[in-house]
Design a binder for this molecule. Structure first.
Ligand code: C2O
Length: 545
């Protein structure tokens, strides 16, 4: 195994897209940031140097960070932020994971532009469990704003409204040639006829689930969230923020130019950006190639409509682990978490901070608690030092009030309660969580991400979860393993995992506006017996609040 030393300098840099230039927060001047390529078992030592004007932390999304929450990164959860002018070195080892993950900033809205791919190859000499591709391409789906994203997001913070819908989606940082001023910058991927390529698709968009496809080409799904799947072919994938999907593509079509494209899947039926980001798959032998001066118009893929939940579910419900997996059969903790939006009454409804309906402020919650980050310390540092008064451990395992989650929720239930409550798990506890969309304000797909873990997705459905009937249909044989899973709009999804990683781990909706409105909680997983089941001591340069 190797150790990779890197320096990530977080700094503002002018970036030009769609004929407009903004000072954008980048890593090493790159947007998107650098790709990390390692092998299972390798160690990464990444010195994050903050030369920006904002507090920053970095998160290695999906890396399990066994007994090492100190390298996980969420601001005020596992660390205090890196102040401007300071640095912190993230040190962690990849343990039994391979596939596609990614990294992103995890403080306020900074991940809008601070993100990159993290590719984990198998250990030296170990093959992929699928046909060997000729080439591998990370496909980072993202967003771009016509105004400086930090200004857009600062206004969102202040008003409490959703951030402006972005002005473009992007593939590897480029909107593509369906947008104005973007023709020259469109990303082109050359491919030889008959070649197989592996697309490592990552949804790093701030607030948008996306459909993705390549014109005329079938995609063979081989992995999601750095866990292999049974192979299956599809013409379109649905991918939520935080998720990754690896697909094999064979260049078996008439040599030519084909668009790969992504556009919104928006279950809330809310106003959405109906535009499409594109890159071009370009056969090297295609007539009228770029280097010959004349280009044929690329063929466009067929993508589902923006509110086509059936297509989204049809895709996700096909995912399976390659073979039998070790899903906990008996459970020690049976948790039922409602996830949804809410509105908080304002004392002064005319305040510009209160942009919700009837002079309210938007909020979001799990089991009616709208999560508030502590100010004086991070949760993990407070826990490790035994500092009282930073959090409590009375997070409710079931919602305080049960109601019909399919709609018509009485207004009295729309107001969540703010809190910094954690839920304590014994080391090794076998945990089941059912996430239930509340349908408050709107039905919506909430992509739930659990830090420090991989979990089995054992079932999902529309409407209210039925604890008498639904568990009979759970897949405990070959469910897919993920780190981020969408709660179907107006429905539920069930996961299981074993609490084998001590520390404090954030659970949240990966739509950034929902996270900032409080759709989060954290688990405190207690130490087990001995060093191998206990949190490691913190690094000496861990920032203090
Ligand atoms: Cu991708 Cu809490 O993060």
């Amino acid at each position: 195994a190797e150790t990779h030393y890197r320096e990530f300098v977080i700094q503002a840099k002018p970036v030009k897209r769609l004929c407009r230039t903004h000072n954008t927060i980048t890593v090493n001047g790159l947007f998107p940031g650098p790709t990390l390529e390692v092998r299972d078992g390798d160690t990464l030592v990444i010195k994050a140097v903050n030369n920006a004007r904002y507090n920053v932390t970095l998160h290695w999304h999906g890396v399990r960070q066994l007994r090492n929450p100190w390298a996980d990164g969420p601001d005020r959860v596992t660390q205090c932020p890196i102040r401007p002018g300071r640095s912190y070195t993230y040190r962690f080892t990849i343990e039994n994971q391979e596939g596609t993950l990614w990294w992103h900033a995890h403080s306020r809205w900074l991940r809008a532009t601070v993100y990159g791919a993290l590719i984990i190859h198998p250990k030296l000499g170990f093959p992929y469990p699928f046909p060997m591709p000729r080439a591998e391409i990370p496909i980072l789906l993202g967003e771009w704003w016509d105004r400086n994203p930090m200004d857009v997001l600062r206004i969102a913070d202040f008003t409490g409204a959703a951030p402006n819908i972005s002005d473009a989606y992007t593939i590897n940082g480029q909107p593509g040639d369906l947008y104005r001023c973007s023709k020259q910058e469109t990303v082109r991927f050359p491919v030889g006829s008959g070649e197989k390529i592996l697309l490592r698709v990552i949804n790093s968009a701030l607030n948008q689930e996306l459909f993705f496809g390549v014109a005329n080409h079938r995609l063979t799904v081989v992995a999601v969230d750095a866990a292999y799947t049974k192979l299956f072919t599809t013409s379109v994938i649905m991918i939520a923020p935080g998720q990754t999907t690896d697909v094999l593509l064979t260049a078996d079509q008439t040599p030519g130019h084909y668009y790969m494209a992504a556009r919104a899947y928006n279950s809330a039926n809310a106003p959405f950006d109906n535009t499409t980001t594109t890159a071009i798959l370009e056969y090297k032998t295609a007539p009228g190639n770029a280097n010959k001066g004349k280009q044929s118009t690329p063929i466009f893929p067929r993508l589902p409509g923006f509110n086509d939940t059936n297509s989204a579910i049809a895709f996700t419900s096909r995912l399976r682990s390659p073979s039998k997996v070790k899903v906990p059969l008996q459970i020690d903790e049976n948790l039922f978490f409602t996830v949804g939006l809410g509105l908080i009454n304002c004392t002064n409804p005319n305040s510009p901070r209160c942009q919700g309906p009837n002079g309210t402020r938007f909020a979001a919650s799990i089991n009616n608690m709208s999560f508030v980050l502590p100010k004086r310390n991070s949760l993990m540092q407070a826990y490790y030092q035994g500092q009282p008064g930073i959090f409590t451990t009375d997070f409710p395992p079931v919602p305080p009030v049960k109601f019909d989650y399919t709609g018509n929720v009485s207004r009295g239930l729309w107001q969540p309660v703010k809190g910094t409550k954690l839920y304590k798990l014994k080391f090794g506890a076998k945990v089941q969580i059912v996430f239930q969309d509340t349908s408050i304000v709107t039905v919506e797909d909430h992509p739930m991400h659990l830090h420090g873990y991989h979990f089995a997705v054992i079932g999902s459905g529309f409407g209210n979860f039925n604890p008498q009937k639904d568990p009979a249909r759970f897949n405990l044989i070959d469910p897919p393993y993920r780190n981020t899973i969408g709660t179907p709009p107006g429905g539920w999804v069930a996961i299981r995992f074993e609490a084998d990683n001590p520390g404090i781990w954030l659970l949240h909706c990966h739509l950034d506006s929902h996270l900032n409105w409080g759709l989060a909680m954290a688990f405190l997983v207690e130490n087990g017996v001995g060093m191998l089941q206990s949190v490691q001591p913190p690094p000496l340069d861990l920032p203090r609040c």
